[in-house]
Design a protein around this ligand. Structure first.
Ligand SMILES: NC(=O)c1ccc[n+]([C@@H]2O[C@H](COP(=O)([O-])OP(=O)(O)OC[C@H]3O[C@@H](n4cnc5c(N)ncnc54)[C@H](OP(=O)(O)O)[C@@H]3O)[C@@H](O)[C@H]2O)c1
Length: 303
C-alpha cells in the first residue's frame, strides 16, 4: 500500500483527489499539508491534515521516510482577484519557493519516494494561436503566467529520487468551485454570455477525470514527464457558452466585451480571454480512457 503526501489537498482539485485516495484499498496513509491551523491534526479515515507553511524552511511533521508518492498542487489561487504586484509574488512564491522547499526535505528524508506528481497549467503555451497544441509545442517565452509555469516545472530538476510526472492542467470543471462556479451565477441570473469575441479555445477537463489521472500516475510506471491534462475535445468559448446555456436551460444573450473584462480584472482577464487549443496527445497515445471526453457529457453530469 502506498503512503501519499498531498500539498494543496484542501483546494478545489485536491479535495477530490484526497477523497478518492481515502476510498482506495491500495492506498495507505494520506498526509495533506495545509496552512490552516484549525484543521491541523484532523483525521478522516486514512487522511491526516498537517500544518505546514511551504514558505518557511521548517520540515512538515510527517514521516517523510515512509512516503511513496507526492501529489503537488499547492499555490495561491490565480483567478480570485486582480494581479497586483503583491498577488503576483504570492502566486509565484507559493509554487516555486514552496515546491523547492518541499523537494529539499524530500531529498534529505524521503528514502522510499517512488513518484512525484506535480502540477502546471496549459497557460505555459502561447495563447490564441488557434493551432492544435500538444506536449511538443514550444512553451511561451513572453507571458508572465507562462514564466510561472516554466519555473514551477523546472523546480523538479532538483528532485533526486522518484519518477517525475508533470500535468499541464486545463480549465477544471465541476459543480462546487473552479470555473463553473464563476460562470454559473451570471447564467442563472440570465446574463451569462460569450466572453470577448468568443473565438478563444477552452481546453477543459472534468475534475473526476483529472483526479483519476493524478492517482493513475502514482501507480502506472509508464507515466513519466509532461502530459497535457485536458479532455480530447477543446471548444471555442462561443461553443462552450452555448452548450452550458443549453444544459442549464438558460439563454446566452449578452456577450461580455473584452474591454469590460480588462477594466474589471486587469491582467487577470487573460485567464478569461486567452485561448489554448490543447490536446492530450500523450494520453491519446496511451489509449487513456476519459469518463467525460465530450463537453455535453461533462456538463450534464455536473448539473
Ligand atoms: N482549477 C483549475 O481550473 C486549474 C487549472 C490549471 C491549473 N490549476 C492548478 O492546480 C492547482 C490546484 O488548483 P485548485 O483549483 O484546486 O486551487 P485552489 O482551490 O485555489 O487550492 C489551492 C491549494 O493551495 C494551497 N494554497 C493556497 N494559497 C497558498 C499559498 N499562498 N501558499 C501555499 N499554499 C497555498 C491551499 O491550501 P491551504 O489553504 O490549506 O494551505 C489550497 O489547498 C493550483 O496550483 C492551480 O494553479 C488549476
Amino acid at each position: 500500500m502506498k503512503n501519499v503526501l498531498v500539498t494543496g489537498g484542501t483546494g478545489f482539485v485536491g479535495e477530490k483527489i484526497v477523497a478518492m485516495l481515502n476510498a482506495r484499498m491500495d492506498i495507505g496513509n494520506v498526509y495533506v499539508t495545509t496552512r490552516n491551523a484549525n484543521i491541523n491534526g484532523k483525521k478522516n479515515g486514512k487522511v491526516t491534515y498537517c500544518l505546514w507553511n511551504p514558505l518557511t524552511e521548517n520540515t512538515p511533521d510527517i514521516p517523510l521516510s515512509e512516503i511513496h508518492s507526492v501529489i503537488n498542487l499547492m499555490g495561491e489561487n490565480i483567478a480570485s482577484g486582480r494581479w497586483s504586484e503583491e498577488r503576483k509574488k504570492r502566486i509565484y512564491n507559493s509554487r516555486i519557493i514552496g515546491t523547492k522547499n518541499l523537494i529539499s526535505f524530500l531529498n534529505k528524508e524521503a528514502t522510499s519516494l517512488e513518484s512525484f506528481i506535480s502540477t502546471s497549467a496549459i497557460g505555459i503555451y502561447e495563447p490564441n494561436t488557434n493551432e492544435l497544441i500538444d506536449e511538443n509545442t514550444p512553451v511561451d517565452q513572453d507571458s508572465w503566467l507562462a514564466s510561472v509555469c516554466i519555473d514551477w516545472e523546472k523546480t523538479l530538476d532538483e528532485l533526486q529520487r522518484g519518477r517525475k510526472v508533470i500535468l499541464r492542467v486545463g480549465v477544471v470543471l465541476d459543480g462546487n468551485g473552479g470555473a463553473i462556479e464563476k460562470m454559473k451565477l451570471p447564467f442563472l441570473m440570465g446574463v451569462g454570455g460569450i466572453l470577448g469575441d468568443g473565438k478563444q479555445f477552452m481546453s477543459w477537463i472534468h475534475r473526476d477525470d483529472l483526479s483519476e489521472l493524478y492517482i493513475t500516475s502514482i501507480f502506472d510506471e509508464n507515466f513519466s514527464g509532461v502530459y497535457n491534462a485536458v479532455a480530447p475535445e477543446p471548444v471555442t468559448n462561443t461553443s462552450f457558452t452555448k452548450i452550458l446555456g443549453s444544459v442549464i436551460n438558460r439563454p446566452t444573450i449578452f456577450p461580455v466585451p473584452s474591454f469590460v473584462l480588462k477594466t474589471l480584472f486587469g491582467d487577470m482577464s487573460s485567464v478569461l480571454l486567452d485561448g489554448h487549443r490543447v490536446i492530450p496527445q500523450r494520453l491519446k497515445e496511451m489509449n487513456y480512457r476519459f469518463h467525460y471526453p465530450h463537453l455535453t457529457l461533462a456538463l450534464e453530469e455536473i448539473f
